[in-house]
Design a protein around this ligand. Sequence first.
Ligand code: FRU
Length: 487
Amino acid sequence: MIPSIPLQKARNYEREWAARAVPDTRPLFHLTPQVGWMNDPNGFCFYQGQFHLFYQYHPYSTQWGPMHWGHAVSDDLLRWQPRPCALAPDTPADKDGCFSGSAIPLPDGRLLLAYTGVTGAGSPDSLRQNQCIAIGDGTDFEKSPMNPVLPADLLPEAFSRQDFRDPKIWQEADGTYRMVTGNRHRTQCGTILLFRSLDALHWQLAGEIDSSRNEYGQMWECPDLFLLNGTTVLLVSPQEMRATGEFHPGYGTVVLTGTFDESACRFTRKNVHPIDCGFSFYAPQTTLAPDGRRIMIGWMENWETCAGSARPHPWFSQMSLPRELSIQNGRLLQRPVREIETFWQDTKHLQTRIQGEMALPGIHGRLTDLTVSVGISPECRLFSMDVAKDASHYVRISYESDRGELVFDRSHCGTTRDIVHIRRIPVDLQEGRLTLRLVMDRESIELFIGDGEKVITSVIPPSPEADGISFFADEPTDLTAELHHLV
Ligand code: FRU
C-alpha cells in the first residue's frame, strides 16, 4: 500500500523530529504524541501480541488542527513505542478530518479501524460527520472505497448530521458487528445510537440506547458500551453539562450502569456518576486485555481547561494512566494497571502519628506511587497533604471532616492561568479511614480515593525541583504511608 501524500508528509515530519533528538523530559509512563497535538484515545485494542493505541493527532503544531491518527504500541500499557502516523485526512470522505473512533482485530488477522470522516467543515449547512472504515496490518491502513460506510444523511430527521461521531465497534459471539456513536438529538439532548452490521460495511440503525434527558449535557461524545461483571456499562463524554449533584459544569465524563436489552435496544439505568472528578480527563475508551481485564484510558486534558495548560514542549498533552475497571454496588471502580508495579523501586513503609505540619523521612518525589491511609478521629477537623512542593509551589489535597469533603487545590502548582484549579467532592470514609493513592509522573497527578470509587486527575506544569511532600492534621492523627519511586 502506497501512503497518500498527506500521510507520507506526516510520517516524514515525525521522522525528522525523532532525528533531531531534542532533549526532552517526557512523562515516564504516560503516552505523549510523537510531536504536536494529541487529544482523544482512539482504536485502543490488543492486536498481534501488543496493545495498540491510536490518538487524535495534529503533528504540525501544539494546537488542534486537521485531525490525523497518531499511533503507539506497548507490551505492558506503560512503555509506549511510537509507530508511524496511521491515518491522514486524504480522501473525499474525510478531507476535513479523521475524528475519533475505535479498532477491532478481524477474524482474518487484519485490523479494522472505524472512525468519523468529517467533510464540508466550511459551513454548518454543508458540515457532515459520517462513519468510515480503514483496514490494515497494524501499521498501514487502506480506507474502504465504500466510505463513508455510514453516512449521517441516513439518520432519521431528529438526529444531527453535524454532530454524529466517535464510533465504538465490537464483534458479537455470532460474528456480527455492533457500533455505538455519539449524536445530538434535535431536542438538544446528547444521545447514543446503536447500529448493527453483518460485515462491518453495511450498517443499520438499531435504536437509541440512552440520552442525556436534559440532565447530562447537550451532545454526547466518545461512547463506549460493555459488560462488566454482569452489569452493562455505558461511558459518555458530554459537552455543555450543567452542575448537578456530583457533576461539575462544562465538559464532563459520565458512566451509566444498568442492564441492556439488545433486542428492544433498551438500556435501564441503575446508577449515573462521574468517571473522573478532576480537571484533566476526557473521552475515555476501553479495551479488553487478553487476561480478561477491562482497561480504560482517557485523554488527560479537557477542552475547557487545556487552553490554560502549559505548553513547554514540542508535543502537547498526555493520555491518562490505563486503569483496570470493576463494579461495586453499581459504581465503577478504577485502579492503575498492575503493570505499574514493574516501575517500583526504593519502597518506603511508614506508620506514624502526625500533628500540625510535618514532612516524613523518605517521603518525597515527583515520580511516585504513594498510598496514604489516615485514621480520621472524631476530633480531627482537617487533614491535608501537600505534594509537588517547594518554596513557591504546592498542590494541596485536604479532607474537611465537618463537610465530609475532599478538596483538590492546584492553584499554587505554578499555573499562570485563570482556569479552574479547585475541585471539592463528597468522600465517604471506610471504617473511619481515608485512603488516598497518588500516582505522580512529572506533570500529572492521578488521585484514586478509597478503592478507586472516585478519581481526580490533574495535569500540573513541569517544575521538577518541586518534589516535596508534607502532611498536616489539626489533631493527633494516625497515618500509614507506602511510597514507591517509579523508575
Ligand atoms: C472529543 C472530540 C470527539 C471528536 C474529536 C475531534 O474530544 O470532540 O468527539 O471526534 O474530539 O478531535
